[in-house]
Design a protein around this ligand. Structure first.
Ligand code: 5GP
Ligand code: ZN
Length: 114
């Protein structure tokens, strides 16, 4: 999608610090990190939010989790713990409407979240 920031990052039309990419998924450091490790894992396919997952997207959605776990391991936070967050729509705190999973780690996380 031409006007979508994360589509543009996935296409390398907008720069980002890429930490992983394959045919389906791209991961890059968040520009405004909320934890020592803050990586966004996004599908190359433009899916606006979790609300828009369609039949057939199951493998892609699952892959976001698996890639996040492997980046958590690579960044050395898998054993101590980390958090996966997918903000959805306005009350969920979503600002960029291209599905993305936040991988947060490197500090204690609290519950309930804000
Ligand atoms: P949301 O609130 O939609 O779940 O999260 C959007 C995230 O994208 C935020 O954490 C924000 O810091 C990040 N972000 C926004 N613009 C850019 C950008 O241009 N580059 C990168 N790397 N991250 C961005
Ligand atoms: Zn997009």
């Amino acid at each position: 999608m031409r006007d979508c920031l994360f589509c543009q990052i996935a296409a390398k039309a907008v720069p980002a610090t890429l930490v992983y990419e394959d045919a389906d998924v791209v991961a890059f450091d968040d520009i405004q990190p909320q934890a020592p490790v803050h990586v966004l894992v996004v599908p190359r396919k433009h899916i606006p939010s979790l609300n828009d997952l369609a039949p057939g997207d199951e493998a892609l959605a699952g892959k976001l989790l698996r890639v996040a776990a492997s980046i958590a391991r690579a960044r050395g936070v898998d054993e101590r713990g980390w958090r996966a967050v997918v903000n959805t729509n306005r009350e969920g705190g979503q600002i960029v409407f291209h599905l993305h999973l936040h991988l947060l780690g490197g500090r204690p996380m609290f519950w309930p979240p804000g």
